[in-house]
Design a protein around this ligand. Structure first.
Ligand SMILES: *[C@@H]1O[C@H](CO)[C@@H](O)[C@H](O)[C@H]1NC(C)=O
Ligand SMILES: *[C@@H]1O[C@H](CO)[C@@H](O)[C@H](O)[C@H]1NC(C)=O
Ligand SMILES: *[C@@H]1O[C@H](CO)[C@@H](O)[C@H](O)[C@H]1NC(C)=O
Ligand SMILES: *[C@@H]1O[C@H](CO)[C@@H](O)[C@H](O)[C@H]1NC(C)=O
Ligand SMILES: [Zn+2]
Length: 428
């Protein structure tokens, strides 16, 4: 989840890039590494026309990842040297790396189909990256199979008119149970996030042992793709693979708003761009300018009394962060509870063989306002609110072939979320 980009558009020649037609073939993926507190700020402050920040640093030894055009590689090296930052060229000709990912071999495909416990429909595989139409079909299929447990609610349409559907998993919808709300895919290129949300729907609706542990007494609302326009855009060609924003058309023929800067709590006070042509963190013309963020807001407001946990799924970096995101100057007074639950979740992921998640407050190293987690916590009053950055080591192009390893590991963390919410808020 890049916090800021220095891609400056507006010159006609760059419009192609602003609108997402950028193959990054000539770009170098460079990681600069801070070794002390002061260097974290310095590393996050790198900016020069053309350099795109894929990920900011959230602390010591957490790299700032940059896509650097040929003309800026020397600048980046000097910047690292002058500030005594680590400097690593991870990949030259970055765009080629994901053009070559391509579709899996047919063996591989067959194997993943068998690994998934059930085959839902021809075009859908739990351990693949699915098209949006086939995700919608999966949602309906699950609801048809488990009418006792799963309901699908139409919650609105995206800017380009795609239907957005919320999956509600509840063993007793009349019971007014506490609600856990999970969303994914506000950032288009973070494909592993929708994959995680869909895997959660699969496990919660089909595991025999799940009922007693995490379903009786807690309702799960899951919105797997908040920004389907962006998601489909990133699937349309390798040149669009790294698109992040929505696809609404703003001024100057520039497209899209960063949905995770668009929420109406402390909107735009920090860490945003006010330039509609910024490829990354444009906060939008006003809070909730996007139909997609309005949809999430409406789900939260409608269920505010019962909603006790909100988790927004993103990638990458293996972080589990809590409010405040808009400032690093202070923490909410309940921060110890947020911190402690997050650490239990991380422990469960680690116990299942995964990498532990780094737990901290989102705004500690680079404040960014208008995020959904701050809105849920600060405006809606959801007592536990998080952003989860899934996976590390592959930037935004986490290979599909590894999904079968990591999704079950993260799932163990979600079981801890479920048990904990049930324990604290469930009626017996
Ligand atoms: C990328 O490199 C190729 C080959 O060196 C060159 O023809 C092309 O103009 C470059 N593109 C950009 C955007 O720099
Ligand atoms: C880089 O940061 C400096 C200081 O914040 C700012 O004045 C300048 O406009 C920035 N440059 C770009 C290209 O964003
Ligand atoms: C950061 O890396 C340095 C050098 O590899 C190491 O000595 C140090 O312990 C690391 N610090 C943290 C907080 O991981
Ligand atoms: C980068 O620096 C090297 C060595 O100093 C030099 O040979 C090269 O021409 C520079 N490249 C650019 C694009 O300025
Ligand atoms: Zn993100």
């Amino acid at each position: 989840m890049a916090r800021r980009s220095v891609l400056v558009c507006g010159i006609l020649l760059l419009l192609e890039i602003c609108n997402g037609n950028q193959d990054y073939n000539n770009y170098t993926l460079i990681k600069i590494n801070p070794y002390n507190d002061e260097q974290v700020l310095v590393a996050n402050a790198i900016n020069a026309t053309g350099i795109e920040i894929l990920k900011n640093s959230r602390g010591l030894n957490d790299t700032v990842d940059l896509l650097v055009p040929p003309s800026r590689v020397n600048y980046t090296r000097s910047y690292a040297e002058e500030n005594k930052l680590g400097f690593e060229v991870k990949q030259e000709n970055y765009g080629r790396s994901f053009q070559e990912l391509g579709p899996p071999e047919s063996d591989e495909l067959n194997r993943t189909v068998r690994t998934a416990r059930r085959r839902y429909q021809k075009s859908f595989h739990l351990f693949e990256y699915n098209s949006y139409p086939s995700i919608l079909e999966f949602q309906e299929t699950v609801a048809r199979r488990r009418p006792d447990l799963v309901q699908v609610e139409d919650v609105g349409r995206s800017y380009e008119g795609r239907r957005i559907k919320l999956v509600k998993i509840s063993a007793n919808p009349e019971a007014q149970n506490p609600i856990i709300f999970i969303d994914a895919g506000i950032h288009a290129r973070e494909w592993v996030a929708p994959a995680m949300a869909l895997y959660l729907i699969h496990r919660l609706s089909s595991d025999p042992d799940v009922r007693q542990n995490v379903l009786d007494g807690v309702d799960w609302y899951i919105l797997p793709v908040v920004n389907p326009d962006g998601y489909e855009f990133t699937r349309s060609s390798a040149a669009h693979r790294l698109w992040r924003k929505t696809r609404s058309q703003t001024v100057n023929s520039c497209y899209g708003v960063d949905g995770n800067r668009n929420y109406g709590f402390k909107w735009a006070v920090s860490g945003v761009s006010t330039n509609p042509c910024d490829g990354e963190t444009y906060a939008g013309p006003k809070p909730f300018s996007e139909p997609e963020t309005q949809i999430v807001r409406n789900i939260m407001m409608k269920n505010a009394d019962r909603m006790k946990l909100y988790v927004s799924l993103h990638s990458y970096g293996n972080f589990l962060v809590y409010p405040w995101g808009y400032t690093g100057d202070f923490l909410p007074k309940q921060w110890r509870k947020l911190d402690s639950l997050a650490r239990s979740v991380s422990n469960a992921v680690q116990k299942a063989g995964g990498k532990p998640l780094t737990v901290l407050s989102a705004g500690k190293w680079y404040p960014a306002a208008g995020g959904s987690d701050d809105f849920a916590f600060g405006a809606v009053g959801v007592p536990y609110s998080y952003t989860m950055e899934l996976t590390d080591g592959y930037e935004f192009t986490f290979p599909a072939r590894l999904l079968k390893n990591v999704l079950p590991q993260f799932y163990e963390g979600f079981k801890v979320f479920g048990k904990s919410i049930k324990q604290e808020f469930g009626s017996s």
